[in-house]
Design a binder for this molecule. Structure first.
Ligand SMILES: Cc1cc2nc3c(=O)[nH]c(=O)nc-3n(C[C@H](O)[C@H](O)[C@H](O)COP(=O)(O)O)c2cc1C
Length: 184
């Protein structure tokens, strides 16, 4: 027997960490789960009004990092406190370094990050739809295997909206564009 629910569940939702600078060059970061990839170089994120959106309007550049098993507490903190008047990065114990590709911070604790330009920040009165064009992928050596990004080393987390929890992603269970061929 199946049961019906009103609240939508999409899974897995990423835990994206949007890194920006403000007008004084102070780094900030926020947690965003309502987003995803829509093209080979484009990420879209649904945003309310935040310190981050003010920074995006100002700088038009950002980094998008992926929260991991090791950074659950810091990542959640970045989603429950605003950076207005508070240096969240210091409070979260994160270490920001300026990206060489965009005017936005990378964080040492997040080994995988996209360096992005704002392609569009659509204001729909209630909030924004951010289109972020990725111009570079920055990966720490610690998560590489044979020179390629290895998600089993990264251990990214997903936001579980059904249980208000974070879950770790990792185990490889198949080969894309390949396993289905057995049924052709
Ligand atoms: C798991 C989680 C997911 C979130 N996803 C989003 C999101 O997709 N869009 C959004 O506008 N806010 C989202 N938030 C809320 C922001 O991260 C939060 O309001 C944050 O304090 C904004 O930071 P800022 O004011 O420093 O920019 C999320 C929070 C959590 C904990």
């Amino acid at each position: 027997m199946r049961k019906n629910f009103r609240n939508m569940i999409v899974t897995p939702l990423p835990v994206l960490i949007l890194g920006t600078y403000d007008e004084n060059g102070i780094p900030n970061a926020m947690n965003a789960a309502w987003g995803g990839q829509i093209d080979s170089d484009m990420v879209i994120v649904s945003l309310s009004r935040h310190k981050t959106t003010e920074n995006l309007q100002l700088k038009k550049q950002l980094t998008i990092s992926f929260a991991t098993r090791k950074t659950v507490t810091a990542a959640d903190y970045l989603g429950i406190e605003s950076g207005r008047g508070i240096n969240k990065i210091e409070k979260a114990g994160l270490h920001a370094v300026k990206s060489s590709k965009v005017d936005a911070p990378l964080f040492e604790e997040f080994p995988l990050a996209l360096e992005c330009e704002v392609a569009k920040l659509e204001d729909d009165n209630e909030g924004y739809l951010l289109y972020a064009r990725c111009i570079n992928v920055s990966a720490d050596e610690s998560i590489l295997t044979d020179g390629r990004v290895d998600l089993s080393k990264l251990e990214p987390i997903a936001f579980d909206s059904a249980a208000n929890a974070y879950r770790v992603l990792g185990e490889k269970v198949g080969n894309a564009f390949s396993d289905g061929a057995a049924l052709k």
